[in-house]
Design a protein around this ligand. Sequence first.
Ligand SMILES: [Zn+2]
Length: 509
Amino acid sequence: MHDPRLPPIVQTAFLRSLGLIPRNESFPGGMIFFIGENSFRAGESALRGKAVVLGPPPPAMLPGLGIRKDRGLPLLEGSDACAPAQGERPYTESPAFLAYAEHELAAGVSSSLRRRPFTRFDYSDEWNNLGFGRVRADGSIWAAHGGFVTEGAAQLAGIFTRTPAGDQYCGAYLTLFDSPEASLLWCSRPVGPLDSTEWTVIERFVCDWRAEDMPCLPCLRQIPAPCRCLVTMRLDCDEDVASARDLFEWYRKEGIPFSLAVKSSLELGASDLALLEAARAAGGTLLSHSHAHQPDWGATPEEAQKDAQTSRNRFAGLWPSFPPPDLAVSPFHTNPPYAVQAMARAGFTGFVSGIIHNDPEYLLGRAGTVPFAGGRMVSISQQSMLHGDCRRRQGEGMEVHIAAFEAQYVARGIFGYLDHPFSERYQYDWESRQQRLQAHQRLVAAMRRYQGVWFWSQQQCFDFVRARAAVRLRVTPGGRVAVLAVPERRDIAYRYKGQEYALSEVEPG
Ligand SMILES: [Zn+2]
């Protein structure tokens, strides 16, 4: 397996968490990220120091990681397959799943992720309301590799498959090997656990693990201090904008910003424009949902850029006294790299990313800079969709969305959820506006029972993420954290060796 996309994708995941990319090397099958200066001595059979190893290792590396190959284990091939969620089934899952052990490095992994299928759909084969991506079993960079067992290492997560005869063990997924000379975290998947808050295992290892005798790197707080979870909502407007008036009025009464992503080719009547302007006046954000709502923004890079530019121009024509939107939600949530590059060329600086169906390189558990689009573009993955059909199949409850929120709450991340306005043509399977409104009310009430939850507009969230993404940290030879450019915001913080610090207190250098 040689896939040139692997290094930029994984380096981006580290950058989102750490504000720096640790020194790294590729090997056939995966990558090593070295934490600290003298992590690896070439020519020695054992690895020394602290490192994160991702992907199936060559045989010579196995003893050093405290693992070995076991050819007697069942193969994973095909076990990531998952039927579309439709009819009466509440959701669908692949036979293959990951199961996490109790361990302090997994303390940022919420209960819904502790036994997570490789694939899960809540709606057709499109959507996963719990927010995570797709672990493959196809040998690609997105695949977990079975057949490795621990021999000295501790297993933090294992790979299993459901069978009629019960669950079958297929190998280790995440392991930790500690010796006096080494501390090595290994994941059998070349991209690691980057497409959900399972990535916090990597963060905790890099930032906190064995702080007394092993190197650590600082880890940026994903959200402002002292917030415990940022929540942001939006409606994707493909239909009659004004049909969401009742929902907006309720959010306004609750003091929660209401954001709308608008397909700019929509014919907007006076009541639609009035709602958009009222939402903005109440602190909400207007985003572009493209102009013509074509898959991938257009069939070619040129068409995609033209559509993105047309959409911004249409906003500018409607509201000349406001800058055109610099945030977007892609049509059908399709974000191939060329479309992301086209958005950037048209002047967008951020987009909402992530569904399990497509473009896995932009479904990341943490928010920040994206791969393959130059330096400025940032994204926040937001996959939890309130939808009448899911709600009916899932017994009218909001548990799945609450679990998705909890995953971000436990990981101190950003939880984004979405819904849609109605039209005569399509109501997203809601029975009535009243039913839709109640779903929102129940979800918000549930989230408000948690301490330290802040409701922000899309713009507020992206402004924070963009400021945080510009932070570059380093550790001096004396072990002090230094920041290369001090940001203007005073609410950015980082953790280092188990302690949290405000970035504004750090000396530049
Ligand atoms: Zn749409």
